[in-house]
Design a protein around this ligand. Structure first.
Ligand code: PNW
Length: 460
């Protein structure tokens, strides 16, 4: 049996573009995802988030689903262009009203809101008018938007996450081009990532100076990282695995904990990797009250010096292999989710131990973990035993990590609902609840019931 510490936070997570819908209602402005989905061939079946789970209209029902499960926290994101349709300037009161209602309804049900300010959906106007994340000024617009959120919601929101998975915005959005805005480059991901970190630093500075002591909340960043297991015990492969982790997690966590990028990145990326000004550095260093981690899978890492081989190894979650000089592969014995992601629960424990050691034992919240697993039936009980096994396996390893001294304080299942899974459209279903995308009906899967008992017992 795995017992979790008292006060452990149990939650579920979603993001605005993936569930809200109502994409042009009540004054919402467009985001880069609205535009990306309209480029033929970018998203499976050319689907989009126009309606998604229609959470904008059905939020009360969704809060009730969470109340039934007994979650104590709900992580969602705010759509920047719902509050500021052009990303800056004119504000949209209807957008504030929506989040006010959502937050109040959560609190009425004893669910703590954990609010992500940016989950990839940059206002389209900022992209078109000023080059989006590539323009250093974007950090000031981020800060302005964040300040509005603190002013309007901070009396009730006590947990803030500045950025969700900056790695994905930077690498998948500006490097590999598989997410919005669909830009392909070996230079720009490092600029976009740099500006995201600068934005994060500014946002946290504003919160700490003007709001934190009055509002008594915490603020941090959530980064995603898979585990990288050395393919062999050769020193070269071990170094390759460490390097791969540095290019993935270290890229965004090292500046926050140490004030600069990992040395391996400086060495391999050279002058494509920007430098922090002293001012930015002082804002970014020590800018997270907790370590937010999104974790999904594990791969084997092998040291490779042949650039040619690496060019062909561009995998969705590997980044630019030729910068890392790492070849990723799977152990054929590993089972896979529908996403093709390896199911390796012990990889999660090893990653937690690695973070604990490298970043000096931070308080960790797993702000996303979950899987897309094919669900057999639509009507009645949805038998998703594969998802239960996945979550059980990962939670067991998290519990082991806690026993060995890792300070994990909470866990959020991705996701509350089946939703718009970005470039995979509606095909990949990550939810604890099945969503019928024709009628909008939600049906709890067995995993929702299972999660309820885990929360109730605070143990597996
Ligand atoms: C995360 N990778 O995306 C996001 O935060 C969610 O919005 C998303 O629905 C969920 O995980 C499932 O995909 C990721 O390539 C996308 O390593 C790509 C990667 C990791 C996470």
């Amino acid at each position: 049996m795995s017992q979790f510490p008292d006060g452990f936070v149990w939650g579920t997570a979603t993001s605005a573009y993936q569930i809200e819908g109502a994409y042009r209602e009540d004054g919402r402005g467009l985001s880069i995802w609205d535009a990306f989905c309209r480029m033929p061939g970018k998203v499976l079946n050319n689907e989009n988030g126009d309606i998604a789970c229609d959470h904008y209209h059905r939020y009360a029902e969704d809060v009730a689903l969470m109340q039934t499960m007994g979650v104590t926290a709900y992580r969602f994101s705010i759509s920047w262009s719902r509050l500021l349709p052009q990303g800056r300037g004119q504000i949209n009161e209807a957008g504030f009203a929506f989040y006010d209602q959502l937050i109040n309804s959560l609190l009425d049900n004893n669910i703590q809101p954990w609010v992500t300010l940016f989950h990839w959906d940059l206002p389209l106007a900022l992209h078109l008018e000023m080059d989006g994340l590539l323009n250093p000024e974007i950090a000031d617009y981020f800060a302005h938007y964040a300040k509005l959120c603190f002013e309007r919601f901070g009396d009730r929101v006590k947990h803030w996450i500045t950025l969700n998975e900056a790695w994905c915005s930077a690498m998948l959005g500006y490097g590999l081009g598989i997410k919005a805005p669909g830009h392909v480059s070996t230079v720009d991901p490092y600029i976009a990532g740099h500006n995201l970190l600068r934005a994060h630093g500014k946002i946290v500075d504003i919160y700490r100076r003007d709001f934190q002591s009055k509002q008594n909340g915490v603020i941090g960043i959530s980064n995603n990282c898979d585990w990288r297991e050395p393919k062999s015990d050769s020193p070269a492969d071990q170094a390759a695995a460490t390097r791969a982790l540095e290019f993935f997690l270290g890229w965004f966590a090292d500046p926050v904990y140490f004030g600069d990028y990992p040395e391996s990145m400086r060495k391999n990326i050279g002058d494509r990797l920007p430098f922090f000004s002293d001012k930015d550095q002082s804002l970014i260093k020590d800018s997270s009250d907790f370590f937010g981690l999104n974790h999904y899978t594990t791969m084997l890492s092998e040291n490779i010096e042949d650039e040619q081989l690496l060019q062909n190894n561009i995998r969705g979650n590997g980044g630019i292999a030729a910068d890392q000089m790492v070849l990723l592969s799977d152990d054929p014995d590993w089972a896979k989710t529908d996403m093709g992601w390896n199911i390796v629960p012990w990889g999660c424990r090893k990653l937690l131990e690695w973070i604990t050691e490298r970043y000096n034992r931070p308080a960790i919240y797993i702000t996303e973990n979950g899987c897309a697993i094919f669900d057999d039936s639509i009507k009645g009980t949805i038998n998703d035993s594969g998802r239960i096994d996945f979550l059980k396996g990962y939670l067991q390893e998290i519990s082991k990590a806690i026993d060995s001294g890792v300070d994990v304080r909470g866990y959020f299942v991705w996701s509350l609902l089946d939703n718009f899974e970005w470039e995979f459209g509606y095909k990949m279903r990550f939810g604890l609840h099945y969503v019928d995308f024709v009628t909008g009906d939600r049906i709890p899967k067995q995993s929702a019931d299972w999660y309820k008992s885990v929360i109730k017992n605070n143990s597996l």
